[in-house]
Design a protein around this ligand. Structure first.
Ligand code: PEP
Ligand code: MG
Length: 323
């Protein structure tokens, strides 16, 4: 099976009626670069920078971060690499960083909130990312945004970082700045956020947990954690619509993309850029090249009329068959 999938490595992910989508990789550690390239990833849609931080025993300094990011960027020469700033807290602790004990860590001090409360750490990381941008095609992305103020403040830190690097003699290229859409407020206010950023990336792992009030890691209530819940599909459709109206790119990088049937619905909803764990790329391509975009569009439209997850699943299985 693996060998037969290998023939898709250099082929585009094009449907039977000529729609081509982009499949990028979600990566974290250095070793992920080679795995992504081997699986035909067309760049990186989500680089989780907290993973290299978690693999160290103290905060890497600017030069060390620059070296790590540069390795990733150079691994993808002509493709874009979207680097996400530190997303610690919640399910991702940093052993050498003092984090408070919280009753609700996923609703607590995590992600961009930690960065904005530790400006030295944030600035250092942003400078390292901008420095790596001199070696390829880099996009910079902020996680778990809930307020416009956070984006405004983060962008001003990027500008300061750019100025200070220029004074040091660096010639930093333009770097698009985007945000994860993974909180309900960012979906509801997507039109306002679209004025502030260059691109969106839907993070459905968190978006599903926050929309449905179902902890993504709690097996006791995993039956409530439904990626194909009608509310989730409606939220995604809203964000795609806003992005199209504002003419900004929107991609999706949650684990649900790795399920071929979900991918079918997402293409039908209008998404064209996907990022998944590398080992899934080829089998997703194999599925897509056998489907027509027209059929997927009709499927998505019908799914949006369903009132339960079970109906959505049944309809999708009926349309796409056993995958
Ligand atoms: C997400 O929340 O969907 C996401 C891609 O980010 P992470 O899994 O790192 O929280
Ligand atoms: Mg997330």
């Amino acid at each position: 099976r693996v060998e037969s999938l290998q023939r898709y490595v250099d082929q585009p992910a094009t449907t039977t009626d000529g729609l081509t989508v982009t499949l990028r990789a979600n990566i974290g550690l250095r070793s992920d670069v080679e795995i992504a390239v081997r699986n035909g990833a067309e760049g990186v849609g989500l680089y989780r920078t907290e993973l290299p931080y978690m693999a160290q025993s103290s905060f890497p300094d600017r030069e060390a971060q620059y070296e790590i990011y540069r390795h990733v960027v150079e691994g993808f020469r002509n493709y874009e690499v979207t680097i996400r700033t530190l997303d610690i807290g919640g399910d991702k602790p940093l052993s050498y960083f003092d984090t408070p004990r919280e009753d609700n860590p996923f609703l607590g001090w995590r992600s961009i909130r930690v960065s904005l409360d530790n400006l030295d750490i944030f600035r250092t990381q942003i400078e390292a990312i901008l420095m790596a941008a001199t070696h390829g095609n880099v996009k910079l992305m902020f996680p778990m945004v809930t307020n416009i103020d956070e984006i405004v403040q983060a962008k001003s830190i990027v500008n300061e970082a750019r100025k200070s690097l220029t004074q040091e003699g660096w010639d930093i290229p333009d770097v698009p700045i985007g945000m994860m859409i993974e909180t309900p407020s960012s979906v509801i206010m997507a039109d306002l956020f679209a004025r502030e950023v260059d691109f969106f990336s839907l993070g459905t792992n968190d978006l599903v947990q926050y929309l449905l009030a179902a902890d993504r890691g709690n097996t006791k209530i995993s039956n409530y954690y439904q990626s194909l819940h009608p509310a989730v599909l409606k939220a995604i459709a809203t964000v795609v619509d806003v992005a199209q109206r504002h003419k900004i790119p929107v991609s999706i990088c949650g684990e649900m993309v790795g399920d071929p049937r979900s991918l079918g619905i997402l293409v039908g909803l209008g998404l064209r850029e996907f990022s998944v764990s590398s080992p899934l790329i080829l089998s997703l391509k194999a599925m897509l090249v056998e489907q027509s975009a027209k059929k997927l569009k009709k499927l998505a439209k019908d799914c949006l009329k369903c009132s339960t997850t079970a109906e959505i699943k049944a309809l999708t299985e009926k349309t796409l068959g056993a995958i």
